[in-house]
Design a protein around this ligand. Sequence first.
Ligand SMILES: Cc1cc2nc3c(=O)[nH]c(=O)nc-3n(C[C@H](O)[C@H](O)[C@H](O)COP(=O)(O)OP(=O)(O)OC[C@H]3O[C@@H](n4cnc5c(N)ncnc54)[C@H](O)[C@@H]3O)c2cc1C
Length: 476
Amino acid sequence: MTRAELTDALRAIVGPRGVLSRASELLPFSADGLPTYRLPPSLAVLPSTRQQVIDVVRLLAREQVAFVPRGAGTGLSAGALAQHDAVIIGLNRLTRIISVDPVNRLAVVEPGAVNVSLTRAAAPHGLHYAPDPSSQSACTIGGNVAENSGGPHCLKYGVTLNHVVAVTVLLPNGDITTLGSAEGETPGYDLLGAFVGSEGCFGIALDVTVRLVPDPQAVRTMLADFMSIEAGARATSAVIASGILPAAIEMMDGPTIRAVEDSIYAAGYPADAEAVLLIELDGLEAGIDDEVHRVKAMCTDAGARTVRIARDEAERARLWQGRKKAFGAMGRVAPALVVQDAVIPRTRLPDVLRTVHEIAARWNIRVCNVFHAGDGNLHPNIAFDPNDADATDRVHHAMREIMRACVDAGGTITGEHGVGLDKLEYMPLIFSPASLDAQCRLRTVFDPERRANPGKVVPVHACREWLAAPAARGRV
Ligand SMILES: Cc1cc2nc3c(=O)[nH]c(=O)nc-3n(C[C@H](O)[C@H](O)[C@H](O)COP(=O)(O)OP(=O)(O)OC[C@H]3O[C@@H](n4cnc5c(N)ncnc54)[C@H](O)[C@@H]3O)c2cc1C
């Protein structure tokens, strides 16, 4: 089939408005949330129903065409970009919350359902969906499953993997299988665990069954401000070591605080501080104020200038808005922002952040840090102008050095944003050749022809068996 014939065949499945082939229409699909990569696809198909997704994948299987599943395109690792002439399959028209079952605390959703819409649907039952990426008002549950996404409240409640009980998967050859079960544990190998976080390389999540969590009886949100990152890090370690498990501990550094306070998302953070901690405690009403006093004392002992406790829901929402919109606020600093993602042991926070600033100074770039301090999940953000080739080059060099510093500190190269294209070159920093090869072989179980999101996650040169089969080389 020629490309034109393929386009017609796809139109026959999804209708003329469901296939995009003009360069101007395809522009939004040429990047995700990471502005350092641009790969315009040649074709995007936007099914509106589950059956259309199935028919599209079966057609692509017959024609041996590669594809890239795509949700909202908020990913931060260049994961939903098309390489090797792959067709983008946009899933964000499949937005139904199929069912909410308050008795069993489960919901079934289509892959394009936006994260926050699930919590809204569960709210009348006093339930919510716990994984809450800061992009939750845009990102999709399918994308969350593919990235095993986290979020501020994952410190206490766990990441996506801990909340997904079953996924109906459309395999790249067009077969359908269910991994996991609504009843809980299934016998045999944990293939659901393998699928969550597989970044679209194992097939398409057609529907997802998730756990819902009861809303806590009591919530207290506090903001502690410090004159140094070290003091904020000391407070974080003290709280975790005390045995109290906050729902969230988020840190923002001085440049981030000032970007937020200068923006429409101003949250009343002290603009002269060098670090703030946003700490949330939740649980039973009985005893929560005692925990608040203990956390407050730990922050003060670590050097907090003030510790403010939100008086009402409006103040709480405002404190959180500053954090959740911090990336957006940095849009004022430069035209584009690279948000990076790495994990380090919490105790290494001060020295790794010092190293990050040294690297930024050496490469003459502006770096801000906003991150999930409780998990040791760092997000160094670099604001830059992508039209400036020299600046873009310096950003790449700095990022590589930052990743290396995190690994040297005993950490790893991604906490929640996945590998995509961006982190491919860092995979050998943390995996041996044998381990990378095993990952290639696992992928082959789901996708023997390597047509699902080709070229992502594992560097091709690490896949020994694949390289031995030259025919498939084009799209590994
Ligand atoms: C401002 C901002 C804040 C963010 N905050 C967080 C945060 O706190 N925590 C966090 O973890 N992430 C965060 N992210 C990153 C991003 O939102 C998540 O990775 C999210 O899960 C991506 O969802 P998406 O629907 O946009 O997926 P996309 O970007 O469209 O795709 C991401 C990956 O998922 C695959 N995929 C998409 N849908 C499916 C499907 N149905 N089946 C199989 N594969 C699929 C794609 O092929 C791709 O590899 C943030 C991003 C932004 C822009």
